[in-house]
Design a protein around this ligand. Structure first.
Ligand SMILES: Nc1ncnc2c1ncn2[C@@H]1O[C@H](COP(=O)(O)OP(=O)(O)O)[C@@H](O)[C@H]1O
Ligand SMILES: [Mg+2]
Length: 325
């Protein structure tokens, strides 16, 4: 890990140091900080409005990005390399402030919140686990966040063991983080944030570098955290086959712009749009799309899973047999 990343990461995690959580923080707003659209509670955990960002070297990384993250949703940002995913997640986590437009955490301009206020709510999981893990043992690494939030030893232990159980790393507490597998290190990063009790996780390519079973296990873990624990999840990915099956909403990012958004089914209905943004359709969707448009088979919808495709094919097959054709 290079020194810059280590410094950023350590700062990122130290932002909670000496700052015990303030439970009522977001309930009544703050003096001098006006909540945008705060009437009637917050359905949007996070809103991004007309966000544009240029790096100091002039690279235009994000242009006019607008979307909402509603509480409890599982959202994907899908884009090819260099499309702006990491930059967007960093803006959403308050790590980057000199952008145009706005990022609002529960209605409040994220630039007006202190790091501790942000990190009480949102946790960012870096793409490379080695940029995030640094304590000698797994237990100590996961304990870092809750310890710095000011919890006593008993509470810290409880949180660490719970978090390790959630990510299926129980029993490895004393192991050196260096000796964990890549997939285990990725899950250890998530445990570190879960132990701090975040309501929202931003994950940068959580399935990148995992084998197919590891990718599936990671998505099942995130699905469980989302559906059972109520954690709002936004993940950046370039995986088109597996990841979209788990998502409520999907946004396509290309050259720093959102080009499409909606449910995965809606987004994958326009293959020409996908190739324009250097992505392909999921394999199943591509097959059915070709059967529909090139072979003129009568599919009503473009399925994304093998199970759905099988049902749709059987429907057509049974109909044709019954029709005597
Ligand atoms: N520190 C930086 N300085 C200048 N340009 C950068 C920097 N980091 C990323 N970029 C550029 O910003 C664009 C978006 O990058 P990034 O957010 O990393 O995309 P992704 O995560 O989708 O691969 C790319 O053109 C990339 O080259
Ligand atoms: Mg990236």
């Amino acid at each position: 890990m290079d020194d810059l990343k280590r410094t950023q990461n350590t700062e990122h995690r130290l932002k909670t140091k000496d700052n015990p959580p303030i439970p009522s923080l977001f309930k009544g707003g703050q003096r001098g900080v006006t909540a945008k659209g705060s009437e009637g509670g917050f359905r949007n955990a996070l809103s991004v409005e007309k966000l544009s960002y240029k790096y100091p070297d002039g690279t235009s990384a994000l242009t006019d990005i607008t979307f909402n993250v509603r509480k409890g949703k599982f959202i994907g940002l899908l884009g090819a390399n260099g499309s702006g995913k990491t930059t967007l997640l960093r803006a959403m986590d308050g790590l980057m402030k000199n952008f145009e437009g706005g990022v609002y955490l529960e209605g409040i301009d994220i630039r007006k919140l202190t790091p501790k206020q942000i990190y009480k709510k949102i946790g960012l999981v870096f793409q490379n686990p080695d940029d995030q893990l640094f304590a000698p043992t797994l237990f100590e690494d996961v304990a870092f966040g809750p310890l710095n939030m000011g919890f006593d030893a008993g509470e810290v232990k409880k949180r660490v063991l719970n978090a390790l159980n959630e990510v299926e790393l129980t029993g490895l507490e004393k192991k050196s983080v260096h000796n964990l597998s890549f997939g285990q290190r990725k899950r250890a990063c998530i445990a570190g944030l879960l132990a701090m009790g975040h309501e929202m996780l931003l994950l940068d390519e959580p399935t990148a570098g995992l084998d197919p079973m590891g990718e599936y296990r990671m998505m099942k873990l995130l699905q469980k955290l989302n559906k059972e624990n109520g954690v709002t999840i936004v993940m950046a990915t370039h995986s088109v086959d597996l990841v979209p099956l788990f998502l409520d909403e999907l946004y396509i990012l290309s050259k720093g712009r959102i080009t499409r958004g909606g449910t995965p089914e809606e987004v994958f209905n326009a293959p020409e749009d996908m190739s324009n943004v250097k992505l392909r359709l999921p394999h199943i969707a591509e097959l059915i799309y070709k059967l529909k448009h090139e072979d003129k088979l009568d599919f009503e919808r473009i399925p994304l899973t093998i199970g759905e495709a099988r049902r749709e094919i059987l429907k057509i097959y049974t109909y044709r047999k019954g029709d005597g054709r």
